[in-house]
Design a binder for this molecule. Structure first.
Ligand code: SF4
Length: 467
């Protein structure tokens, strides 16, 4: 087992989540489209794909080089086969230093291994310092997006939280006051912390440099003020050289937020030298957590991901249900691919079905991961052994029927018309919201919508004729 943290999906989404996500997706979508127009986007994507493919193909030798360079620069490298070992390393380093107060920068890898709970269990207070993560932690919630952990929350919810924390009211429209409250609280935490814990966006093997991209400045403080810096990184984040890293450092903010450069990028090569400010210990925890097992399989390209989050906003399923609907650390299209691969036996086989297979994620991906192909392959893999014979025969017959446009059109229209009266009768009992078993498996998380008597292709045709 990798120890990957899996929680049950939260069932029916909060109705406020969808509009919040749509607003964010529209905002970042416009920003990204503008920025991409300023570069040769397809050429940039192809170069980024090649850089990531090279890194993953040569992973063992690059990790060896990285380890040697980090050690030469005065850092310590710790290998973790799984989540438990990674948590153990972090807790041990804190204990050996006698540290009980830590500040954390946003790190999906730390969410993946459940580091927060491990530190809490060891009596180490670890405060999240990314604003979104800070809000999510204070609410006892979980991040719902790779880059924007609190994107599912409204300003009103944040204002209420801060009012409870401080005992004074906040106006949700006064973002300056909200940010100023968080800054005042966090500044004290930075000053008191003995350990700073961060993730890593890219590690440059040729010099042993850890690269961390951010937009708030909290990483700068977390890696500069405490006396110990612990960086946690999935093995696949290594990159061969500065030429490749320079391209990906530009590509990441472009794909994520449509920005030509991140607000701040830290390059960390070893701990502070004698006489310099900054941590005097640097520890790099390298997590395998199932990654090595993906190399050399048809799913290897999933390791190329640079965690930009673009595929999440592009995905109509993610935009509707949000990250919590997936019940896993990584959500959206990449989450539906990488989670079953990393989980090694945990019950995540349903995730590849959380997709319409529209392909929008593939177009958004800056490293050209064929997410739709991988989702289809994972669906096949999930049921290759266990499909009951009757069910397999039924689906094979259905596939044959709907492979021909004429029979698809005829049956889709007929099914819609035939099922409509039945659905209307069930709706009178409220079953479209809460159906009895076995249909409850569907309605626990969503409504059973009344079939439309006019299928999509018919409506599309009439729209085009009328256009
Ligand atoms: S799969 Fe591609 S688009 Fe999605 S987070 Fe990873 S790099 Fe970004």
């Amino acid at each position: 087992m990798s120890g990957l943290v899996i929680e049950p999906p939260r069932g029916r989404p909060d109705p406020a989540v969808t509009p919040n996500l749509h607003r964010a997706a529209a905002h970042w979508g416009t920003q990204r489209a503008d920025a991409r127009g300023r570069v040769d986007w397809e050429a940039w994507r192809e170069l980024a794909r090649q850089i990531r493919a090279d890194a993953v193909r040569h992973l063992p030798e690059l990790i060896e080089l990285l380890e040697a360079r980090v050690a030469t620069a005065g850092g310590h490298v710790h290998h973790a086969r799984n989540a438990e070992e990674a948590c153990d390393h972090v807790v041990r380093i804190c204990r050996e230093a006698g540290a009980t107060r830590a500040v954390k920068g946003k790190s999906m890898t730390s969410e993946e291994i459940g580091l927060g709970a491990a530190l809490q269990g060891a009596g180490i207070e670890a405060v999240e310092t990314d604003l979104g993560e800070y809000i999510v932690q204070a609410m006892g919630d979980r991040p719902s997006h790779i880059l924007a952990p609190a994107v599912h929350l409204s300003a009103g919810q944040v204002a209420n939280l801060f009012a409870r924390e401080s005992g004074r009211p906040f106006d949700p429209d006064d973002t300056a006051a909200l940010v100023s409250h968080a800054r005042a609280v966090l500044r004290q935490r930075f000053l008191a912390a003995e350990v700073g814990i961060t993730g890593v966006n890219l590690a440059v093997a040729e010099t042993g440099t850890l690269t961390i991209v951010e937009s708030e400045g909290n990483i700068r403080l977390a890696t500069a003020l405490p006396r110990i810096h612990i960086a946690l990184m999935g093995l696949e984040k290594v990159i061969r050289d500065w030429e490749g890293a320079a391209h990906l450092i530009q590509m990441l903010p472009l794909a994520a937020q449509g920005k030509m450069a991140a607000a701040s990028t830290s390059f960390i090569t070893g701990p502070a030298r004698d006489g310099d400010d900054g941590p005097h210990e640097l520890h790099l925890v390298l997590l395998d957590g199932g990654r090595s097992a993906i190399r050399g399989t048809p799913f290897e390209e999933a390791l190329h991901c640079i965690r930009c989050g673009a595929c999440l906003y592009a995905c109509p399923v993610y935009r509707q249900v949000g990250g919590h609907g997936y019940g896993t650390t990584y959500s959206g299209p990449i989450g539906a691919v990488i989670t079953p691969l990393l989980a090694q036996g945990a019950d995540t086989d349903d995730l590849p079905w959380y997709s319409s297979l529209c392909g929008a994620c593939v177009e958004a991906c800056p490293v050209k991961i064929p997410l739709d192909d991988q989702l289809v392959a994972l669906r096949a893999r999930a049921h290759e052994d266990d499909a009951p014979r009757g069910e397999a025969a039924l689906f094979a017959a259905w596939a044959r029927l709907w492979s021909r446009p004429s029979s698809y059109r005829a049956t889709a229209a007929t099914a819609g018309r035939a099922l409509r009266p039945l659905w209307s009768a069930l709706a009178r009992d409220g079953w479209q919201h809460r159906a009895p078993f076995p249909f409850s498996g569907w309605t626990d998380g969503r409504d059973a919508r009344t079939p439309d008597p006019e299928p999509f292709h018919a409506r599309w045709r009439s729209r085009r004729v009328g256009a």
